[in-house]
Design a protein around this ligand. Structure first.
Ligand SMILES: *[C@@H]1O[C@H](CO)[C@@H](O)[C@H](O)[C@H]1NC(C)=O
Ligand SMILES: *[C@@H]1O[C@H](CO)[C@@H](O)[C@H](O)[C@H]1NC(C)=O
Ligand SMILES: *[C@@H]1O[C@H](CO)[C@@H](O)[C@H](O)[C@H]1NC(C)=O
Length: 223
């Protein structure tokens, strides 16, 4: 009884391990598409912008098809790649779009370049389908922002803020330093005066401290 139970448990754990192994295997062969870390790209109105995209496959590819979409539906570029030893073949391209990537190097680069104006702001999706991986599909999206002028406005603002904060901090430090120096000088001169007073008048006012010496200082003009 006990032996049968433990053997069933063993089978269960073996099955679990096998399933986990299969799962890991399927994760490892999955097609991956990436647009890099910067998912937002800024471009000047009327300038040419690069939209990056690369893909990776673990078992390689054959007659792979890739498509760039604008806002998820409008096709702006489509190409196919026979295999790792060939460059992509263009199947469709918007007149303003050209492929700048290359697929015969280490990276499978399917980046595009595009002349943009304000209406082109939006989401650009790079989609890949690999027949060699049972038509596995993957995509990645990048957001394009089109601006009239490149950030100098923000830069100036940042510089003003940093400058102001820096200036204020600097001024505070300066004030503190000057205050310390002034206090030190005052203390020194008062100590000197005190010494002089003490030595000249012969009155012992050490117990009264500074107040006493101040009173002594002011005393002569009144008298
Ligand atoms: C944006 O760029 C286009 C093309 O260069 C130009 O025709 C248009 O006037 C520009 N728009 C603005 C608001 O500057
Ligand atoms: C991108 O992938 C997601 C999740 O798999 C899917 O829902 C979406 O339709 C895909 N987008 C495009 C443009 O293929
Ligand atoms: C892809 O190709 C473009 C154009 O040559 C290049 O600027 C970019 O750095 C490449 N990206 C990667 C990840 O290699």
């Amino acid at each position: 009884m006990a032996a049968g139970g433990s053997s069933a448990g063993l089978w269960r754990s073996r099955l679990a391990a096998a399933l986990l192994g299969l799962h890991l295997f399927s994760l490892a062969v999955t097609l991956e598409v990436s647009v890099g870390k910067n998912v937002v790209v800024m471009a000047l109105n009327g300038s040419e912008v690069q939209l990056p995209c690369i893909f990776t496959t673990c078992i390689g590819f054959k007659d792979l098809e890739f498509t760039w979409y604008y806002n998820g539906i409008d096709m702006i570029y489509r190409g196919s790649i026979k295999n790792k030893a060939t460059e992509p073949t263009m199947l469709f391209a918007d007149p303003r779009v050209r492929l700048i990537g290359t697929t015969t190097r280490k990276e499978n680069n399917i980046s595009i370049s595009m002349l943009v104006d304000f209406e082109d702001a939006g989401k650009y999706t790079c989609h890949v389908r690999n027949p060699k991986e049972k038509n596995a599909e993957h995509n990645a999206t990048i957001t394009l922002k089109v601006v009239q002028k490149m950030v100098p406005v923000d830069n100036t603002l940042t510089r003003i803020i940093v400058g102001t904060v820096g200036g204020i901090v600097g001024l505070l430090i300066l004030i503190l330093v000057v205050k310390k120096i002034v206090l030190l000088v005052l203390k020194k001169s008062q100590e000197k005066k005190k010494e002089c007073l003490v030595s000249s008048s012969g009155i012992d006012n050490t117990e009264n401290g500074l107040a006493g010496s101040k009173a002594e200082q002011k005393a002569p003009p009144k008298a």
